[in-house]
Ligand binder design. Structure first.
Ligand code: GAL
Length: 358
């Protein structure tokens, strides 16, 4: 069972200031409370199926009070949740922002109220978070670029036209992923190995828009031979269009997040690869820092990133991502990130067997 903050409705009115104990706290010392705001549940399965689950269990293990909410892609809801959590006595706020503007507003307000903050997964540009916990996102992009190159080589593609579908322009991670895969692809365009095809950013990582954009790309350049798709949701939208054109399996497509659909597309041979990020490790690292902040301690971390907007050095934990091709799908299952049952449905049963997932 979740030990959330007091119900975030009328109870807000009775909650004390953030330094006081919430109405449900016994004893004199203020009980630390951690508020977490996740961005949405549509752009990637991870936020609800992995991040929430692993954060919950880390907080529960530590016996700390917490409240995890999801802004469902709504920026004003995001800010309202933050306000409520602060009013309800959160002493630490952890956010995966929807954009840097609203993220910064939330972080600045928290700071003004004496609430410590953590940027979770996405760096808030111009922000003020005490810590940033994520993966090495440029490396994520490099793995995608290298992965696409591996699959194109395997298909013996001759001077293929490569299309790129980037993540949301408001997500700093999308910028870093792009930096990573373009560091691989740009030299290959420059030396004539590949032809640079159309490239577009997908607003809000919205897979419906991704499908429309790719349909337009394919109409304009019917000979697209490879697609760098920034995550599995976008990849699946591309694969759906390729299927309609009987091109699936002939045009390698990348992804990210190792979600069930992405892994199934890989097993089916329709997706070249995905990038697995062990969210459990990310959630545990972030929870550990949040818990220490809630206790008024400050843990040292070895990494840092520089906020490109302010040049501020943000103490960071950056975890290593992992490329997943057909033969590696098994490792994602072995890691407990997806279950064999959800992955190996009837259609994929043979492929699961073939790749040792039993
Ligand atoms: C990124 C995140 C990815 C993916 C994407 C869409 O910021 O790092 O794992 O989930 O957002 O939500």
């Amino acid at each position: 069972m979740r030990r959330g903050l007091a119900t975030l409705t009328a109870a807000v009115l009775t909650a004390g200031s953030l330094t006081a104990c919430g109405g449900d706290d016994a004893g004199d010392a203020p009980v630390p409370k951690i508020g977490v705001i996740l961005p949405d549940s549509a752009t990637s399965d991870r936020w609800e199926t992995a991040d929430r689950k692993f954060l919950e269990s880390a907080f529960q293990k530590a016996g700390i009070q917490f409240d995890i909410q999801n802004a469902q892609g709504d920026k004003s809801a995001f800010q309202a949740i933050a306000d409520q959590q602060i009013t309800n006595g959160a002493t630490v706020l952890m956010i995966a922002n929807l954009d840097s503007g609203t993220g910064k507003a939330v972080l600045d307000k928290a700071k003004a109220e004496g609430v410590a903050t953590i940027d979770y997964d996405r760096l808030t540009l111009g922000g003020s978070a005490e810590y940033y916990v994520s993966f090495d996102n440029t490396q994520v992009g490099k793995l995608q670029g290298d992965g696409l190159a591996t699959c194109l080589t395997k298909l013996k593609a001759q001077k293929p036209i490569v299309a790129e579908l980037h993540g949301s322009p408001t997500d700093n991670n999308a910028t870093l992923f792009k930096e990573g895969y373009e560091s691989v692809l740009n030299p290959l365009y420059a030396n004539g190995t590949y032809v640079k095809g159309p490239d577009q950013a997908v607003p809000d990582w919205d897979s419906v828009q991704a499908g429309t954009l790719f349909e337009q790309m394919l109409t304009q350049s019917p000979k697209i031979g490879g697609v760098l798709a920034a995550n599995d949701g976008i990849g699946n939208a591309v694969i759906t269009v390729l299927k309609k054109n009987k091109l699936n399996g002939k045009v390698p497509v990348t992804g990210q997040d190792a979600d069930v659909t992405g892994l199934q597309n890989i097993l089916a041979g329709d997706q070249c690869m995905t990038v697995y990020k062990a969210i459990k490790t990310e959630a545990s690292a972030a929870a550990e820092l949040a818990i220490s902040l809630a206790k008024g301690e400050r843990k040292d971390v070895t990494g840092s990133v520089v906020d490109p907007q302010t040049q501020r050095k943000v103490p960071s934990v950056l975890l290593p991502p992992q490329a997943i091709f057909q033969a590696d799908v098994k490792t994602v299952v072995d890691d407990g990130f997806v279950t064999r049952d959800e992955l190996c449905t009837e259609v994929y049963a043979d492929a699961c067997k073939q790749f040792g997932i039993e």
